[in-house]
Design a protein around this ligand. Structure first.
Ligand code: PBG
Length: 338
C-alpha cells in the first residue's frame, strides 16, 4: 500500500498535547469507540438444575444449568447485548471417540437453544460446531490412523450443524478448522430449508496456549492438559495463510468470520478487515480473559481499565465485533457512561 505523505509542522508550532488537554476535546478526537452492539457473550452450560459452578481458571465465569442460564439472560437482554455463544460441559459418561452425543436432537445444546428461543426469541444464539466437548480424547474431530480425519469429521460436523439449526439457533459457528466444512454445512442447511441460518466461521483459528482455561471450562481436557491441535489449527507464525483461510471460507459461503485468539493476533484482524470484504469478529479467548481477571484480582492493575482497553484494541484493529467473557461488565460500563 502507498504511504501517505504527512506534511506536519514540528514543535513548537505543533503541540500534540493541545488536543488532549481537555476532556471535551479528547472526546471529539476519539477515532474508535466501543458499543454494546459490538459484543457477543460466550456462555458455558451444564446439565441439571440450579447449578452455578465457578470455573477455577476463569474467576467470575460460571457453568450454568439451563434454568440459571435463563435468569442470566434476563440481564443480558436488558443490557441489550445482541448475541450469545453456547458451549456445553458434557458429562463424561456421554462422551465417546466419535462425539455421538453431538448429534442427539435432545442434547444439552439443543434443549438449551429451544428454551432460550422460547423466552428470548430476539436474542441471537450462536452454536459452536466442533466435537471437542463430546469426544473422550478432546479433539475437534474423529481420529482415524492417529490423525483427525478431515472428511469423515466434516460429515459429522454437517449433521451437528443441522441438528443445532433444527433446534432453532440463529448462527452456526464451525470452530474445528477442517477443510471444506463451510461449503458442506451451507449445502446441507440449504437442502433442509435453513437458508437463513448464518454461518460464522472460525476462519483463522490458531493452535494457541490461550485456550487452556476454556478446555477446563468445557472439560475437554480429560486425557491431556496440553492437547496438540496443530495438525488442524494454524501456526502462530503465519499471516498470509490466514488470508487464504478466510478467502476460502468466504468462497464456501461463510457470512462472517472469526479470528482467534484476539489480542495476540490484532495484526491478522487488521489484515483480514482490509483485504477481505466480510464482517470480522475477534475472539478474546479464555486465556486472555483469565490474564486480565487474575492480574486485576491480585491488584496488579485496575480491572475496568484493562478490560475496556483490551476491548477497544479490537475495534481499533478493525473488528466489527468481539466475543468476550467480559461482555456483561463492559455493557454495564457502556450503559452507565451514556
Ligand atoms: C473448540 C473451541 C475452543 C474454543 C472455542 N471453541 C478451544 C479449542 O480449540 O481447543 C476456545 C475458546 C476460549 O479459549 O475461550 N472447538
Amino acid at each position: 500500500m502507498e504511504k501517505k505523505k504527512h506534511f506536519i509542522e514540528s514543535y513548537p508550532l505543533t503541540r500534540m498535547r493541545r488536543n488532549r488537554s481537555k476532556a471535551f476535546s479528547r472526546r471529539l478526537i476519539k477515532e474508535n469507540s466501543l458499543s454494546v452492539d459490538d459484543l457477543i457473550l460466550p456462555l458455558f452450560i451444564t446439565s441439571g438444575k440450579n447449578i452455578e459452578e465457578e470455573i477455577n481458571s476463569m474467576p467470575g465465569v460460571f457453568r450454568l444449568s439451563p434454568d440459571r442460564l435463563l435468569k442470566l439472560l434476563e440481564a443480558v437482554v436488558s443490557l441489550d447485548i445482541p448475541a450469545i455463544a453456547l458451549f456445553p460441559y458434557i458429562d463424561k459418561e456421554l462422551k465417546d471417540s466419535s462425539g455421538t452425543y453431538a448429534l442427539d436432537d435432545d442434547n444439552l445444546v439443543c434443549q438449551t437453544v429451544r428454551l432460550i428461543k422460547k423466552e428470548f426469541p430476539e436474542l441471537g444464539v450462536i452454536c459452536d460446531v466442533a466435537l471437542d466437548p463430546y469426544t473422550d480424547h478432546g479433539h475437534d474431530g474423529i481420529i482415524i490412523n492417529n490423525d483427525v480425519d478431515n472428511d469423515k469429521t466434516v460429515e459429522i460436523l454437517t449433521k451437528q450443524a443441522l441438528n443445532q439449526a433444527t433446534a432453532g439457533c440463529d448462527i452456526v459457528a464451525p470452530s474445528d478448522m477442517m477443510d471444506g466444512r463451510v461449503a458442506a454445512i451451507r449445502k446441507c442447511l440449504d437442502k433442509n430449508q435453513y437458508i437463513n441460518t448464518q454461518i460464522m466461521s472460525y476462519a483463522a483459528k490458531y493452535a494457541s496456549s490461550f485456550y487452556g482455561p476454556f478446555r477446563d471450562a468445557v472439560g475437554s481436557n480429560l486425557k491431556h492438559n496440553n492437547i496438540d491441535k496443530s495438525s488442524y489449527q494454524m501456526g502462530p507464525e503465519n499471516s498470509d495463510e490466514a488470508i487464504r483461510e478466510v478467502s476460502l471460507d468466504i468462497s464456501e459461503g461463510a457470512d462472517m468470520v472469526i479470528i482467534k485468539p484476539g489480542m495476540p493476533y490484532l495484526d491478522i484482524i487488521s489484515r483480514v478487515k482490509k483485504e477481505c470484504n466480510i464482517p470480522v469478529f475477534a475472539y478474546q479467548v479464555s486465556g486472555e480473559y483469565s490474564m486480565i481477571a487474575l492480574a486485576s484480582k491480585n491488584g496488579y492493575f485496575d480491572l475496568e481499565g484493562a478490560m475496556m482497553e483490551s476491548l477497544i484494541s479490537f475495534k481499533r484493529s478493525g473488528a466489527d465485533g468481539i466475543f468476550s467473557y467480559f461482555s456483561i461488565e463492559a455493557a454495564k460500563i457502556l450503559k452507565s457512561n451514556k
